[in-house]
Design a protein around this ligand. Structure first.
Ligand code: BJ8
Length: 382
């Protein structure tokens, strides 16, 4: 059993790389591929059309230099890196995408999509920037219908309501399993490190065969439970329990999780798009499936929304559920919406007596020592 666990983790952490081959095989079978950049894009429509969705947000600094030949240097690294991988054709997922779906979340991405449109077929969904304004949901519902039509026209498919309901049920099942997985860390001490949890969550999006993904996730959960029940405690009972919030994390930015855990903390939950923001809630499986998509996706608590109460609701609940002793926010350089919202999050956590650290970083490793010092000082104080 002990030897089984790391192998399963490896399967997920290496998933992004191994997924290249799986994706190539799917393309050879004639499958259409749709690349996405954001949690707001309703992936159920893509799978309902018999297509393969893949996340294109890049997490490494490998192509940032290439991107900076066309994009300003003081732009969010996620945008520069993703664009860099497109121009250099170094990302197989971008290369294999027959259609790339953007969304009007932040200004940098919106303008990058214009340039990307010269290289790929890009379709941009108009996301309302308010969840509560009259008409916001109707506008978003219209966008979702328009996106369905685009997929039908481009790929010559028809998306029936039954296809869409099945896709919703399948994605709900996947969300529930990922949530079950990260909720294992409500245990004290948690059964896995935050780094392991992150690698499984991040890696799961690069498993493209649904039944295989579900089976592997179920087995991973069962195996972690069995290890714990057998008395295996890989995390110290004294490790300080930390919840991460902010911009999406993974790849190069794993550095933050590493320095926190090396300083004596354990990351128990991720509120951001790598974790609970994507998997916490379920879509309604009854009623009109398009309404269910509009309702669910518009309620995502990202800082691009103004106001953005749902981020605080989720963060507050995770802090309670995971008995957080501190919250660490990671903002990516030049991400203005998250950077400005830091003040709101700080005030929210102060009101609950939860210590808070906000760090800004990019995809380079140049600031690792500085992050290490800040993490050590924060954990020391908890
Ligand atoms: S739902 S977090 S995936 S927008 S690209 S906003 S980091 S400046 S990624 Fe995001 Fe969707 Fe929100 Fe989630 Fe800032 Fe960079 Fe923009 Fe970014």
């Amino acid at each position: 059993m002990t030897s089984e666990l790391p192998a399963r983790f490896a399967s997920f952490s290496e998933a992004r790389q191994n997924g290249f081959l799986a994706m190539k095989a799917l393309k050879e079978e004639g499958k259409g591929v749709v690349g996405t950049f954001c949690t707001y894009v309703p992936v159920e429509l893509i799978t309902a059309a018999g297509l393969v969705p893949v996340g294109l947000c890049s997490t490494s600094d490998e192509t940032i230099g290439d991107a900076e030949k066309e994009l300003p240097r003081n732009l969010c690294p996620l945008i520069k890196s993703s664009y860099g991988f497109a121009v250099t054709e170094k990302c197989p997922y971008m290369y294999f995408s027959d259609l790339v779906v953007g969304e009007t979340t932040c200004d940098g991405k919106v303008k990058m999509y214009e340039l990307l449109g010269k290289l790929k077929d890009v379709y941009v969904m108009e996301l309302p920037r308010s969840q509560s304004k009259a008409g916001a949901k109707q506008n978003w519902l219209r966008e979702i219908h328009a996106f369905a039509r685009k997929l039908e026209e481009k790929f010559g498919r028809t998306i029936s309501d039954e296809d869409l309901r099945r896709a919703i049920r399948e994605r709900n099942r996947e969300r529930a399993l990922l949530k079950e997985l990260y909720e294992l860390s409500t245990a004290s001490p948690p059964p896995v490190s935050g780094l392991r949890q992150l690698q499984i969550l991040y890696g799961s999006q690069f498993k493209f065969v649904y039944d295989e993904k579900i089976r592997e996730l179920s087995e991973t959960i069962a195996s972690i439970r069995a290890e714990y029940a057998a008395g295996n405690r890989p995390i110290s009972a004294h490790a300080k329990r930390v919840v991460i919030t902010g911009c999406p994390i993974g790849g190069a930015t794993e550095k933050l999780v590493r320095v926190l855990e090396e300083a004596g903390a354990v990351v128990v939950a991720y509120e951001n798009c790598t974790g609970a923001k994507q998997f916490d809630r379920q879509l309604d499986e009854t009623g009109d499936p398009y309404e269910a998509l509009a309702e669910y996706y518009l309620a995502i608590g990202c800082s691009v929304m103004s106001p953005n109460p749902n981020r605080l609701l989720l963060l507050g609940r995770l802090c309670e559920q995971f008995a957080a002793e501190g919250v660490v926010e990671m903002t990516l350089q030049s991400c203005h919406t998250y950077a400005v919202e830091t003040e709101t999050v700080r005030g929210f956590l102060k009101g609950r007596g939860i210590p808070f650290l906000s760090v800004e970083t990019d995809y380079s490793q140049g600031d690792t020592e500085q992050l290490r010092n800040r993490a050590a000082a924060f954990v020391e104080m908890l």
